[in-house]
Ligand binder design. Structure first.
Ligand code: 1CP
Length: 356
């Protein structure tokens, strides 16, 4: 029998139920800004060796929880595990950006792609989920995650990170049928991947559509939102995932919050370019919101961090359904003490807000 949760604020907030204080976690909370993370990665030898070792992946997942009063853990892995399992050959050059040995460019290459087998080719991810759930022993809930079909396609076609992902966008315009074939395979893979993480013990699920905002409105609907929606539909009728809250995060797509909320997800991640009060109006209170402090604020002084945390909490106001987070991942040069300032201020100030 799994242990009952000692801290369920995060899950309660996602269900828009009342909580004693606003739950908080930080995107990329396990990462290069932590010296203990860098030490474990050095021990593993490389980022992929770390991600593929369930015990070490568990160790780095728990590191930020030992430092800060976080209300959720997130599986330590990467969104690019799916394309790697499809045979594209993932590596990280000198711990920097990702690179694929075999990017997908032609129709034949798209046709050859299949949905990976979750309990063999991606078994290391499911094993990590099982080990982390055991070691968490009910401290906080565990978030499983995937990239969105569109964001995975960006990396698979480009072959590496990029500012504009012009190669995949060119494919969308020059051969839309081929782009859709790729996105269909990815949507089935993402749904199967998240279902398998739910079966292994994940307690909430999040989809990162980091590059949704590169698309204009019509293209966003056609190449990103349509497939996010497909994944939500599959998960809603999936025996393992149907009771888990699902968070969708499309960075730079604040013009689409209402449409995204209409997919039936539980919550939306929000970047820092919109006030949460406006985001709440856009979704009409129908989903929870997660966000949205600008990660660059963590480079400022503790006084400024506290002030900006309060600004985000005030903007959401005293309503149910807020999970505090950054608007994107914490960056490597951030002082770990500044993350503590953020987490503690979220809890302290949101208690005051509730009492007011
Ligand atoms: O050497 C290292 O340590 C590399 C840094 C790193 C880390 C810490 C990478 C390479 N991936 C991760 C872990 C990771 N990636 C997590 C772990 C859980 C957490 O603590 O949050 C998660 C959720 C991701 C998700 C991820 N990977 C996204 C989506 C979220 C986002 O930040 O937009 C994306 C786009 C990636 C690709 C990727 N993997 C790694 C890097 C440096 C990148 C970005 C490359 C680029 O800029 O295009």
């Amino acid at each position: 029998m799994p242990m009952p949760l000692k801290n369920d604020r995060f899950l309660r907030a996602l269900r828009r139920e009342p909580v004693d204080t606003t739950p908080v976690w930080v995107m990329r909370q396990a990462g290069r800004y932590l010296p203990e993370y860098r030490a474990t990665r050095a021990k593993a030898g490389s980022f992929m060796a770390l991600a593929q070792n369930p015990e070490l992946a568990c160790e780095v997942t728990l590191q930020p929880l030992d430092r800060y009063e976080l209300d959720a853990a997130i599986l330590f892995s990467d969104i690019l595990t799916i394309p790697d399992a499809m045979g594209l050959g993932l590596s990280f050059a000198h711990g920097e950006g990702p690179q694929f040995a075999r990017p997908v460019r032609t129709r034949a290459e798209v046709e050859r792609l299949g949905v990976p087998d979750m309990e063999s080719e991606l078994r290391y991810v499911m094993d990590a989920v099982r080990v982390i759930r055991r070691e968490l022993a009910g401290r906080v809930p565990l978030i499983g995650f995937s990239g969105s079909p569109w964001t995975l396609a960006c990396y698979m076609v480009e072959g590496e990170g990029s500012r504009d992902f012009a190669t995949v966008k060119a494919m969308c315009w020059s051969d839309p049928a081929m782009a859709h074939m790729l996105l269909e395979t990815l949507a089935r893979s993402v749904a199967a991947y998240l279902s398998a993480q739910a079966a292994a013990g994940a307690q909430a699920l999040m989809i990162f559509d980091t590059w949704g905002g590169l698309l204009g409105p019509a293209a966003f609907r056609e190449f990103s939102l349509r497939y996010l929606s497909q994944v939500v539909d599959v998960l809603k009728s999936d025996i393992h995932a149907r009771d888990l809250p699902l968070i969708l995060f499309s960075k730079g797509a604040n013009g689409h919050l209402a449409e995204m909320a209409a997919t039936g997800c539980a919550a939306l991640g929000v970047d820092w370019t919109i006030d949460l009060s406006d985001a709440r109006k856009a979704v009409d209170g129908k989903v929870a919101l997660q966000g949205n402090l600008d990660p660059a604020v963590l480079r400022a002084s503790p006084e400024v961090i506290r002030r900006e945390v309060r600004r985000v909490l005030d903007s959401y106001g005293n309503h149910p359904g807020h999970v505090f987070n950054l608007g994107h991942g914490v960056t490597p040069e951030v002082d770990p003490e500044h993350v503590k300032v953020l987490v503690d201020e979220v809890h302290a100030y949101s208690r005051i807000l509730r009492a007011a």
